[in-house]
Design a protein around this ligand. Sequence first.
Ligand code: FMN
Length: 186
Amino acid sequence: MLNALVIYFSPGGNTKRAAEALARGLERGGAEVTLMPLAQAQEVDDTSYDLVCFGAPSYHFNVPEPVLHYVKKRLNKAAVRLGAPVQPYKWAVVLITYGGPHTGIDEATPAGDHLAQMFRHLGYEVRGIWYTVGAFHGDRAEANNLYGWLGDIRGRPNEHDLGVIETNAAGLAFVLSHLKNQQAQR
Ligand SMILES: Cc1cc2nc3c(=O)[nH]c(=O)nc-3n(C[C@H](O)[C@H](O)[C@H](O)COP(=O)(O)O)c2cc1C
């Protein structure tokens, strides 16, 4: 059975909902899933999983400080090898939520690339960097959620957004389970 770990950082709850949809989809696709917030994941050994997923919001067009800190710590712990040789049958997915008020998805791709680089340095094959719109929270959110680059993003991620993540995750788990079974039969 495909063994998946889903870690998320989500001060406002959008990324948590997106990560939960991802976890639901992976389960639907046949994976055994462990879902946890970043605070709990610090000492977890992610190398025992076939698939590791990391969800984070974009803050100032990068990952937030606690995620940056985690990336540095994780890379130090691994003693990254020159050339970052690929570890066969180790996969990763990055999930980013963002509001895109100024330049749209371009505000999210540096965050996605940053986390993907962590996984590639560790030798994981990155199977996807998934982006989902997430509304701003709090008193000053209204302008950002109505008049930003993407227009009206209130209530995002909505049921449709979460459904897309869930469907994509189910498909991914199905394919990776198949690859894992093929490996086992060799
Ligand atoms: C301090 C802060 C900075 C943000 N900076 C950006 C940004 O640069 N680009 C962007 O697209 N969204 C930005 N956002 C919006 C968040 O990425 C978006 O609302 C995200 O879904 C929040 O996720 P969460 O609810 O899991 O915390 C920012 C939000 C906050 C609170």
